[in-house]
Design a protein around this ligand. Structure first.
Ligand SMILES: Cc1cc2nc3c(=O)[nH]c(=O)nc-3n(C[C@H](O)[C@H](O)[C@H](O)COP(=O)(O)O)c2cc1C
Ligand SMILES: Nc1ncnc2c1ncn2[C@@H]1O[C@H](COP(=O)(O)OP(=O)(O)OP(=O)(O)O)[C@@H](O)[C@H]1O
Length: 669
């Protein structure tokens, strides 16, 4: 589908065309689908509404149409608005996954029953979508009401889309054809949702154009393609990534004569050879009728006048486009790998499926407004509402603190108390299969009245609030989680439940000092159980920085102590930790570092025995020997240049205070 790139602004990665109804099961398998029905020539704004209904159903989106237009087969004269290639490209850009496209003649003789059975049992259509005035079958006897009853009998739902109107009348391919044949290009564009255009090969003409200073590209209209009103138009020509102004004559050029109607375009800003290329041209506005000129000089003068008129129309169109592009940039797009800040690769935006799930968990109100079907997996947005009062208490307590002066223990406490940073992990179950969290990102919203004077509102959070219609006078913590698909192919969303698990929160325990403490008793904040911590050994250590990453220009603190201890009854490392209350000494530069990017001595750099810049970390040692021996844990103190005479240790329990919560977002409760 590489030729379709100019349409690929959104949608799924690949679309398959099934030309033979016998091949349906091979492609669709047992997956449930949402099928949009119609002839779909022109792919106008009404068609878009019908197809969007299928695409946004969460099922596999399918279009059932015909290779040829039924109207033509039934005796009418069809003037196509779109070539097959353009139709497919637009279907794909709208997010359709399969286009079932038999010849009308193959299906025309089928009794309605056979067609309905194909929909339900061949295509596994759980949803069928069409417009309110949809007619089908012999003499157009089948209508939406009949289809609704027939679908219901087979366990499928018919979604009838409201008729899309323009200037008070229904938009239809027939109406658009009329507008194009009258040269009403602005009306045609409004109903199509894009300017009317075509993509045909550039062919040779009589080579007269360049002799009068207006070389043209000639494009022939294929048989059965619509012929716009004969005359001169302002046009937009796609030359690779460039959009150029063109002035186009559609007609038979009576001054010099032609045996067939064609489109001839002068592109004033281009010189070069375009023969043999397929170029997309859009007719933006009608300028005048085609006429016979007395000579080529008169024609030349008129073409130059028309080029000026065309430029004005093109400029207005282009500035509208850049306005649209700006809006599109600020449009709501969610990516599998992008978090709240756009995409990291070239992946396409996910398809939003509103689920509007509200629930309460851990004393807060939560919402999952939408999930997103992306190429690589599912993205879920969680929004937790934060009572402004709770936020105020937290901000009043901590806002005045100078962060640089805070100990790690206090930082951890702030983090644990921060109502805007809920600590949880999420798992998803899709169609019975578990999806595991791949990555997540979080943003938060502080209402205007709680923001510090110089604090700007979080832009991304503001956009999310607006998109989801959340109350900006409340606080919000938002988490976007990506789950890779558990299946090779992108599955349909039949059932989806989400499970939230609280991450253990640190609860500070007592401090103690070494040397001096041999044993202390700690009370578990949740179970109330007493645990005895016994210091087994305290040994001074010297760190070996032979291979340290700072380079030779630095002197590093080497002195620390290792304390080993036991706990009775024992707790695992994830339930309980001990660490030095103070931060270690910072490295000192002994001479100017050669690399300007290395930290200066007064920088924030802080090193630890294990765990990098966060400072020393506890080490867990499994007691060797007899299995009944108490487990030996170890904690390392901060690093100093001189051995510390006393070490103050702080303890912390990690506790889960809230049970897991599972919420059903799609499918049966
Ligand atoms: C903007 C534009 C307007 C034109 N208007 C007319 C017209 O009104 N009548 C006409 O006979 N030919 C018209 N022509 C066609 C010219 O006659 C034609 O471009 C010229 O003869 C060169 O033809 P060639 O490409 O076959 O050599 C127009 C062409 C252009 C590009
Ligand atoms: N303006 C519209 N609003 C909503 N749905 C529409 C509109 N026009 C067509 N549809 C629906 O789109 C599907 C495709 O319809 P179809 O291709 O027959 O469209 P059309 O534009 O009315 O064509 P024509 O004018 O050739 O009859 C059908 O389900 C039809 O009911």
């Amino acid at each position: 589908m590489s030729n379709h790139s100019q349409w690929n602004k959104e949608g799924n990665d690949t679309m398959h065309v099934i030309r033979n109804t016998e091949e349906i099961s091979q492609y669709i398998g047992e997956r449930e689908t949402a099928v949009a029905l119609g002839a779909f020539d022109g792919l106008h704004i009404g068609h878009r509404a019908v197809i969007r209904e299928a695409v946004e159903s969460g099922l596999v989106p399918v279009v059932f149409t015909f290779r040829d237009n039924p109207a033509e087969r039934l005796g009418g004269r069809c003037r196509y608005l779109t070539t097959m290639e353009e139709r497919l490209a637009i279907f794909e850009s709208w997010g359709v996954q399969y286009v079932v496209m038999p010849d009308f003649s193959d299906v025309a003789a089928w009794p309605a029953e056979r067609f309905l059975n194909l929909l339900r049992f061949g295509l596994h259509a759980r949803v069928v979508t069409c417009g309110a005035d949809f007619r089908f079958g012999k003499f157009a006897a089948g209508d939406a009401a009949w289809l609704a009853r027939s679908c219901a009998l087979r366990g499928a739902e018919l979604h009838v889309v409201n008729t899309v109107q323009y200037k008070g009348e229904t938009v239809s391919a027939t109406r658009i054809r009329g507008a194009i044949e009258r040269g009403e290009m602005e009306d045609a564009a409004a109903m199509l949702g894009r300017p009317f255009g075509f993509c045909f090969e550039v062919v040779h003409g009589n080579h007269i154009g360049h002799t009068i200073g207006t070389p043209t590209i000639n494009q022939h209209f294929p048989e059965r393609f619509i012929l716009p009103r004969f005359g001169v138009y302002a046009s937009a020509v796609h030359l690779g990534d460039r959009l150029c102004c063109g002035v186009t004559n559609v007609g038979v050029k009576p001054t010099v004569g032609s045996d067939r109607a064609l489109s001839e375009t002068w592109i004033p800003d281009f010189s070069g050879d375009l023969y043999g290329k397929s170029l997309r041209l859009e007719l933006l506005g009608f300028i005048r009728d085609e006429r016979k000129f007395p000579d080529l000089d008169a024609l030349k003068a008129e073409i130059n006048r028309n080029a000026v008129q065309a430029r004005a129309i093109f400029n207005a169109y282009e500035s509208g486009l850049s306005e649209n592009n700006k809006q599109e940039k600020s449009a709501w797009k969610v990516y599998f790998d992008g978090g709240f800040w756009g995409r990291r690769s070239r992946e396409r935006a996910g398809r939003e499926i509103p689920v509007n799930k509200s629930f309460s968990w851990g004393g807060s109100a939560w919402r999952v407004p939408s999930v997103y079907v992306c190429g690589a997996g599912l993205v879920v947005d969680f929004c937790m509402e934060v009572e402004p009062e709770r936020l105020k208490v937290f901000l009043d307590k901590w806002r005045a603190q100078d962060e640089a002066q805070l100990s790690d223990e206090v930082r951890e406490q702030i983090e644990a108390e921060n109502p805007l940073h809920p600590a949880f992990s999420a798992a998803a179950k899709l169609n019975g299969k578990t999806l595991t969290q791949h990555r997540w990102s979080g943003i938060s919203w502080v209402p205007a009245s709680y923001r510090a004077e110089d604090e700007l509102p979080d832009e991304e959070a503001a956009r999310a609030l607006e998109h989801y219609g959340l109350d900006a006078s409340r606080g919000w913590a938002m988490r976007r989680v990506s789950f890779p698909w558990a299946t090779k192919r992108k599955p349909a969303l039949r059932t989806l439940s989400l499970t939230l698990t609280q991450e253990p929160k640190p609860v500070p325990g007592p401090h103690f000092e070494t040397p001096g403490t041999e044993q202390i008793t700690l009370t578990h904040p949740v179970t109330g159980k007493a645990h005895t911590l016994t210091v087994q050994a305290l040994e001074p250590q010297t760190a070996d920085w032979k291979d340290h990453p700072f380079g030779a220009g630095w002197s590093l603190p080497e002195q620390y102590a290792m304390m080993t201890y036991t706990l009775s009854p024992d707790l695992s490392e994830s339930e309980f930790s001990v660490r030095d209350c103070v931060r270690g000494d910072e490295p000192k530069a002994v001479r100017k570092p050669e690399n300007a990017f290395l930290p200066e001595a007064h920088s924030d750099a802080c090193i630890g025995v294990i765990g990098g810049a966060d400072g020393p970390t506890a080490v867990f040692l499994t007691g060797k020997g007899k299995t009944e021996a108490p487990k030996l844990h170890a904690a390392c103190s901060a690093l100093h240049f001189e051995p510390a005479a006393r070490i103050e240790w702080c303890t912390a329990f990690r506790v889960k205070t809230v049970p897991d919560q599972t919420v059903v977002c799609i499918g049966e409760e």
